[in-house]
Design a protein around this ligand. Structure first.
Ligand SMILES: Nc1nc2c(c(=O)[nH]1)N[C@H]1C(S)=C(S)[C@@H](COP(=O)(O)OP(=O)(O)OC[C@H]3O[C@@H](n4cnc5c(=O)[nH]c(N)nc54)[C@H](O)[C@@H]3O)O[C@H]1N2
Ligand SMILES: Nc1nc2c(c(=O)[nH]1)N[C@H]1C(S)=C(S)[C@@H](COP(=O)(O)OP(=O)(O)OC[C@H]3O[C@@H](n4cnc5c(=O)[nH]c(N)nc54)[C@H](O)[C@@H]3O)O[C@H]1N2
Ligand code: SF4
Ligand SMILES: [Mo]
Length: 702
């Protein structure tokens, strides 16, 4: 029996750890995975691995994973051939568009899309042909405020400054829990060691979070904040920096800073304190500590982008780094210089060129906010959405008011899902096209090298051969594109394989043919543990894509949003506010079907402070009913001293008890969906991003 060692980056989350995977050919000719370990020879991840990567073998062997196209006939699923499937899609979608217009077909792309390079290179080969304005993705339940802020301030939505975690002396984290998430818009394998290294070199870690998270637990200081009110805290911080003259000059050309200073003059630490629940003295001291450090990073992630003032938060984060001289500075925040550079090779994006039909929400980069998707299906009239294509997503569990979306999906004329599970969303599809599994295709990270804390690059071959009759995601898109082009009489430009595109990206990039590195696909194949291209360096002046090559500190649409902030209604004292959380053994909605990840005590409970429990006569472990404007769920409650009083925490991605879901292990421990409570009308109105955090709820005994 032949054993082989493979080196492979893990692309389940943003950390892109190197793995060493041992396979063995069996007597019957099949190949089995023997072990999955961290790759100590990857200089970036240094052997780090988490439990999700070990479960890659479970994804591979999962009997519930689809391996051929499935067509729904009534409540039955029937296998069909690929060509027949492509023909069916082309026929149904072209007919619907002919009858009702191009916008009658909507598209939703989920999170794994950006982790799968073939999806990145080829999804638009087909989806672009649909020419619909109803494009949606997980971006608007996640990081949209980051893109919008970078687009407005730096001229490109992907030009996002990354914490220089390995060199900083002070790290202020708001709304991120990297010990559970392994870092986000900060690709940082081995994050716990890197955070502790800050402390070892005499630096400080401060976490702002309504829950004493795993990251807060190792921090030097943890500050509780009222959910959804980080903007108030950040205004107080920035105001203190101005008022106490704590700023440091920047080498960058900046427009609009005086305008900002004047506009926020009234937002003092004292006036912001009640709103965010942080004492004014704490806010002022935080500003002083931040500037006293030789270098410092302010980093705000998921928890602060998915709230009512998410874009203001991300803008304020940028300004705090900028005003203290930490933007584009070693030990502060720096932009990457990736080997395949989407900032250099694409335009800066656009915002609010058109709006959603029903609620008038703004597009960003050609996509509309997903909170509008259900109403675009349910509201009759010209332009109503009648068909949907989902790609690597599960919006029923991952977008606000999932129950309303279910109702909308049920009324569609046609739905196609490109996914390998029959889950809470794809069960509504007429047709499911399953791609190869994660170890069956090769990998180059087009997305997360852009956000890594070092400049790194790595190409890896598939670990397992593509099974006979299977197609990769990109091949599915090529098949769909061809069938659709024939049906609609469009002449399709030829395409090439993803790896050839990467080869071109590498060779034309700044480490390519014209550089000393001479990077190409062939060169990367010789370095299966990845290549380190060095620490991040100051480079922003040369990378800015604004018209006058200056940083725009006071973009007009952001300045206009200050009014909305100032006018927000004061919160009711007695209401509980719902927030979310992640766990290292869970991955959004789709990794609950692997025994090794879900075994042990349940992790989907509602966390609640003991005082809030006793006030309601509730006890630890009991079943409770949680109610919001849009819905009600039942879930077990767990008492937790780590919660801020008045705040409850529920992880998203659970709620697998829906009929028709074919995920046997996930269904045994279904949990409840946080997004049966989140509200599609609660938005960061500026960007249209969903405000998933800070949702008012009531909790009572079930
Ligand atoms: N309340 C609340 N809601 C949230 C969040 C929260 O914190 N709280 N987080 C939000 C965030 S940050 C995100 S990113 C979204 C995620 O939301 P989504 O992206 O909608 O959902 P996922 O759970 O990531 O589902 C991924 C799907 O892709 C499939 N899949 C996996 N790999 C592949 C592949 O290679 N190819 C194809 N074709 N399919 C694949 C899986 O089977 C699964 O069905 O959820 C958001 N929703
Ligand atoms: N294990 C695991 N890793 C993952 C994922 C996963 O599902 N599981 N998902 C991946 C994805 S798609 C993403 S986007 C990233 C996200 O990665 P992170 O941004 O690190 O997200 P979370 O781990 O959800 O941490 C968000 C924190 O925000 C806090 N929070 C909630 N509301 C507020 C608020 O109003 N203010 C403040 N200051 N804090 C608040 C929560 O308590 C929580 O601790 O993780 C990625 N990595
Ligand atoms: S942290 Fe875990 S899931 Fe993320 S890349 Fe590393 S091994 Fe994979
Ligand atoms: Mo995400």
């Amino acid at each position: 029996m032949t054993k082989t060692l493979h080196h492979r980056a893990c692309h389940l989350c943003e950390a892109i750890c190197g793995l060493t995977i041992e396979t063995e050919v069996q007597d019957d000719g099949s190949t089995q995975i023997r072990s999955i370990k961290g790759d100590a020879q990857d200089s970036f991840s240094r052997g780090h691995i988490c439990p999700k990567a070990v479960a890659l073998q479970d994804i591979q062997s999962d009997p519930d994973r689809l391996r051929q196209p499935m067509r729904r006939v009534g409540n039955e699923w029937q296998a069909i051939e690929w060509d027949e499937a492509f023909e069916l899609v082309a026929e149904r979608l072209s007919t619907i568009q002919t009858q009702h217009g191009q916008n009658a077909v909507a598209v939703y792309q989920g999170n794994p899309s950006v982790h799968n390079y073939g999806l990145m290179t080829h999804s638009n080969y087909f989806l672009g042909q649909l020419k619909t304005r109803n494009r949606y993705s997980a971006t608007s339940v996640d990081q949209l405020p980051h893109h919008l802020t970078s687009h407005l301030m730096y001229g490109h939505g992907l030009l996002i400054p990354i914490p220089d975690i390995d060199h900083t002396d002070f790290m202020l984290i708001l709304g991120g829990n990297p010990l559970a998430s392994n870092g986000s818009i900060m690709t940082v394998p081995d994050v716990e060691k890197r955070l502790k290294a800050i402390q070892k070199r005499g630096g400080k870690l401060v976490v702002v979070d309504p829950r004493r998270s795993e990251t807060a637990a190792i921090a030097d200081q943890h500050v509780f904040v009222r959910p959804g009110q980080d903007a108030a805290l950040l205004f107080g911080l920035l105001n203190t920096l101005f008022e106490e003259n704590l700023g440091r000059a920047s080498h960058l050309a900046i427009d609009g800073l005086d305008e900002v200073r004047q506009a926020i003059a009234g937002f003092t630490a004292e006036s912001m304190s009640a709103q965010c629940g942080v004492p004014a003295q704490t806010i002022r001291q935080l500003a002083r500590d931040f500037t006293a450090a030789e270098s410092a990073v302010c980093y705000g992630r998921m928890g602060v982008s998915t709230q009512a003032f998410g874009t203001l938060c991300q803008w304020l984060v940028q300004l705090i780094n900028l005003v203290t001289g930490n933007l584009d500075r070693v030990g502060g925040v720096l932009c990457t210089e990736p080997a395949v550079d989407l900032v250099a090779s694409t335009s800066g994006g656009h915002f609010n060129r058109w709006q959603s039909r029903v609620s008038g929400l703004p597009e960003y980069g050609g996509e509309l906010p997903v909170s509008a998707l259900a109403e675009e299906m349910l509201s009759e009239g010209e332009g109503q959405v009648r068909a949907l294509v989902t790609v690597a997503g599960n919006p029923v569990l991952s977008t606000p008011n999932g129950r309303q979306l279910e109702q909308a999906l049920d009324g569609l004329e046609f739905m196609l899902s490109i996914d390998f599970y029959i889950n809470e969303t794809t069960r509504y599809a007429d047709l499911i096209l399953p791609p190869t599994g994660p170890l069956e295709h090769d990998h180059y990270d087009t997305t997360f090298n852009m956000f890594a804390v070092r400049n790194v690059t790595r190409f890896n071959e598939a670990v397992l051969a593509k099974p006979a009759g299977a197609l990769h995601d990109w091949e599915i898109f090529v098949g769909l594109a061809k069938a659709f082009a024939v049906k609609t009489g469009v002449e399709l430009k030829p395409t090439m394989a993803p790896e050839q595109m990467i080869d071109m990206g590498l060779r034309f990039g700044s480490y390519g043919d014209k550089s000393e590195h001479k990077l190409s696909l062939a060169a990367l194949r010789e370095h299966p543990h990845g290549l380190d291209l060095g620490a991040l360096k100051p480079n922003l002046a040369g990378r800015l894509k604004t018209a006058n090559k200056h940083i725009q500190a006071a973009p007009a649409v952001i300045m206009a949003d200050l009014q909305r902030f100032a006018e927000q209604p004061t919160a009711k004292a007695d209401e509980l506010l719902l927030i979310g959380r992640r766990h290292v053994r869970s991955n959004n909605s789709w990794m609950h079907n692997y025994h090794r990840l879900v075994k042990g005590k349940p992790r989907h409970q509602l966390l609640m402070h003991p005082v809030d429990l006793s006030q309601r006569g509730l006890t630890d472990g009991q079943l409770v009913r949680v109610r919001s404007r849009v819905g009600v769920i039942e879930v077990e409650v767990a008492a937790s001293e780590d919660m801020m009083a008045g705040v409850v925490s529920l992880p998203h991605g659970w709620g697998h008890a829906r009929p028709g879901v074919q995920m046997s292990i996930a269904s045994e421990q279904p949990g409840a969906s946080a997004n049966d409570l989140t509200d599609e009308r609660q938005l960061d109105a500026l960007s249209g991003n969903a405000a998933l955090n800070g949702v008012p709820v009531q909790v009572e005994a079930a």
